[in-house]
Ligand binder design. Structure first.
Ligand code: GAR
Length: 202
């Protein structure tokens, strides 16, 4: 069994799709599956009290860990808590704090992030959620998409695992573009997570 911690601070729509595919669906690898390794979302990690993702965790009976900023950045990055819970792999799904080096060292090539644009463009500190889509519309880009990548010490920088593209239409607003991007995220993120974990266990 491979245990994933999903770090998320927002609505948690990606977390919900990941849980749906990996924990509840017996065919690809969840409970009852005969494909090894089995994969489950064992923990939701969040830095915002009241975030939608906490409700999603509760509805799915998944334990949630609410982070304290001081302990996360100046302490051990909650490494001990993650190890105690047997976490093998970390997925960032709308988590906006930088991951401390202590976690990156402890989970080499085992932390992945999703970004709502085609990196290396439109990434970096402050480039998240609606800000990304607003910048793309303002610059009259013709194309956007999603990037799934390994996490390293820099924001939105690690090796790219997967990208999917979509058009930016002339009459798009940040909201319409955001919903097109969200569809891509929901379609691909759970599958890519599963593939990455299976590949590293071959
Ligand atoms: C997603 O669109 C994700 O790509 C973005 O936050 C959103 C979370 O939505 N992440 C970033 O911008 C990271 N730089 P969700 O809470 O509904 O899954």
């Amino acid at each position: 069994m491979k245990k994933i911690a999903v770090f998320a601070s927002g609505a948690g729509s990606n977390a919900a799709k990941i849980i749906e595919r990996l924990t509840h669906n017996p065919s690809p690898g969840g409970e009852g599956s005969n494909i090894d390794p089995k994969i489950e979302v064992a923990l939701v990690v969040c830095n915002k009290p009241g975030a939608g993702v906490l409700k999603i965790a509760a509805e799915n009976n998944i334990p949630a860990l609410l982070l304290d900023k001081e302990k996360f950045f100046r302490g051990d990055g909650y490494l001990q808590e993650l190890k105690d819970r047997g976490i093998d792999f970390i997925v960032l799904a709308g988590f906006l704090w930088k991951i401390p080096s202590v976690l990156i060292k402890a989970y080499p090539k085992k932390i992945i992030n999703i970004h709502p644009a085609l990196l290396p463009h439109y990434g970096g500190k402050g480039m998240y959620g609606q800000f990304v889509h607003e910048a793309i519309i303002k610059n009259k880009e013709k194309e956007s998409g999603i990037t799934i990548h390994y996490v390293d010490d820099l924001y939105d920088h690690g090796d790219i695992i997967f990208q999917a593209h979509c058009p930016v239409l002339n009459d798009d607003t940040a909201e319409t573009l955001s919903s097109r991007i969200q569809q891509l995220e929901h379609q691909f993120f759970p599958i890519v997570i599963e593939q990455v974990i299976r590949e590293e266990n071959k």
